[in-house]
Design a protein around this ligand. Structure first.
Ligand code: FAD
Ligand code: NAG
Ligand code: NAG
Length: 419
């Protein structure tokens, strides 16, 4: 079977690894350059997804490239922490923090040299010309057309492949309201190995996190409360990086804490990125010989901390079901099975209480006081050894019951895929 994957983020290369292992021929097309595709900030990998990376032989690399973060500090406007959540306890910092870009690179490195995997960078899927009984035919931006047995849309939250194939009413979005802006900045004397989070009135959060390269990962988020604010952010987010940066600078100028010096670094940032916090829901994950994977099918938003694990597990299940097909069989049976096995876990993961993320972007001094009080009491409670011993969080506990597929190695005999 020949498979064309659109998108070399987290989902695409993970799927390529598994399909090649199962003997299939894979082409991955990525619209960015290789180095642009390897950007992005802190993500964590936990639960069953961690086991998959172990079985792919990538666990040592994952650990080696950890972000060195020691925990989470909520700070006041003087930078003094009022609530601390060290990684050893209950914390938003997990045991396996890595930059998205580093994880993308590890996954690409483990698949790049394989004889059955081909990568085309700066190439996008432009259109789907046919999707019928025999094949799916794809128009690429480099002028080529490709005929393959399966097309996978792994091109992210705003997937163009999804738009070309799925009916508009099959896609729904769950707008969580907030906007996030990310970039990399130089460190200064006050930066340490902690994730520092500052809540600014009204409706704003600023945070900085360490990375393993001696620089700092900045994230600002804004939660619009009025129609005018929403329209302003929406317009800028569609208009591109210049308008986005201008808005972020203007709206955060008076936020306090260390925000002004962070804003000064935007213009030199190599990787500024803005994202609307929005979940993707697809009524059905496949149409004929085209299937959606990862954020293209079920973006959960950074609020869940589950974007990367969902992509990794989804890739494993999809590849596993495809590996069970008879030679020359139409993929429909496998695509149905992928959805049937995996959809319940996706829906559980996407379920977020409606007060998130509004509650962490308070609009008044009173709500900020409530939030800070709750956090500082919470931090004190979870630091009690009595509580710690009871809720010992194991990041490797299996959250998704992965079916066994003969095509893939178990942990004991796990090794990098060999050409
Ligand atoms: C630049 C970037 C930075 C990110 N930073 C963060 C972060 O800091 N924190 C966080 O939690 N999540 C971040 N994410 C999202 C996170 O990667 C996903 O939630 C999750 O890992 C799912 O991965 P995915 O492979 O499905 O999608 P993505 O990681 O979004 O990858 C999709 C890939 O498809 C490519 N692509 C898009 N359109 C086309 C096309 N038409 N043809 C070919 N290729 C195409 C994109 O360039 C991208 O490389 C980021 C995503 C991107 C693209
Ligand atoms: C993985 O991390 C996410 C986000 O922090 C969390 O919600 C989830 O419970 C974690 N899962 C496991 C198995 O630890
Ligand atoms: C995390 O990375 C640092 C180096 O950046 C290394 O010293 C440390 O051992 C790593 N941690 C783990 C758990 O591998």
């Amino acid at each position: 079977m020949r498979v064309l994957i659109s998108g070399a983020g987290i989902a695409g290369p993970t799927l390529a690894w598994h399909l090649a292992k199962a003997g299939m021929q894979v082409t991955v097309v990525e619209k960015r350059t290789r180095s642009q595709a390897q950007t992005g900030q802190n993500i964590d990998v936990n639960g069953t997804a961690l086991r998959v990376l172990k079985e792919m032989g990538l666990f040592a690399e994952l650990r080696r490239l950890n972000t060195t973060e020691r925990g989470t500090h909520f700070v006041d406007r003087h930078g003094t922490p009022y609530a601390a959540f060290p990684v050893e306890g209950i914390s938003m910092t997990s045991e396996h923090e890595i930059l998205r870009g580093d994880l993308a690179q590890i996954l690409m490195d483990s698949t790049m040299q394989h004889e059955r995997i081909e990568y085309l960078f700066e190439t996008a899927v432009q259109d789907v010309l046919a999707n019928d009984e025999q094949a799916v035919e794809v128009q690429l931006s480099n002028g080529d057309t490709r005929r393959v047995e399966l097309l996978v849309a792994a091109d992210g939250q705003w997937s163009r492949t999804r738009r070309a194939v799925f009916p508009a009413d099959a896609v729904s979005t769950n707008d969580k309201g907030a906007f996030f802006a990310y970039w990399t900045a130089p460190r200064s004397a006050s930066d340490d190995e902690w994730w520092r989070i500052f809540t600014a009135l009204p409706n704003r959060v600023a945070m900085v996190r360490p990375d393993p390269y001696g620089t700092l990962r900045v994230c600002l988020s804004f939660f619009p409360r009025t129609d005018a604010q929403r329209a302003e952010w929406q317009t800028a987010s569609r208009a591109g990086p210049e308008a986005q940066q201008e808005l972020v600078r203007r709206q955060f100028a008076d936020a306090g804490w260390e925000v002004p010096r962070l804003l000064d670094t935007i213009k030199d940032a190599p990787d500024f990125y803005m994202q609307k916090c929005e979940q993707i829901k697809l009524r059905h994950w496949s149409v004929g010989r085209v299937v959606a994977l990862g954020d293209a099918a079920y973006a959960p938003t950074p609020l869940t901390g589950m974007g990367a694990p969902l992509s990794i597990l989804g890739a494993r299940v999809l590849a596993g079901e495809l590996s069970k097909l008879a030679p020359d069989e139409h993929p429909a049976r496998a695509l149905e099975a992928y959805e049937q096995v995996y959809r319940p876990f996706v829906e559980e993961t996407q379920a977020l209480p409606s007060f998130v993320p509004g509650i962490v972007h308070p609009q008044s001094a009173w709500r900020l006081w409530l939030l800070q009080t709750a956090l500082s009491i919470g931090a004190r409670i979870v630091s009690l050894s009595f509580v710690k011993s009871r809720v010992n969080r194991d990041p490797e506990v299996e959250d998704f019951k992965l079916p066994e597929y003969d095509a893939f190695p178990r942990v004991a005999d796990a090794s990098p895929v060999k050409a």
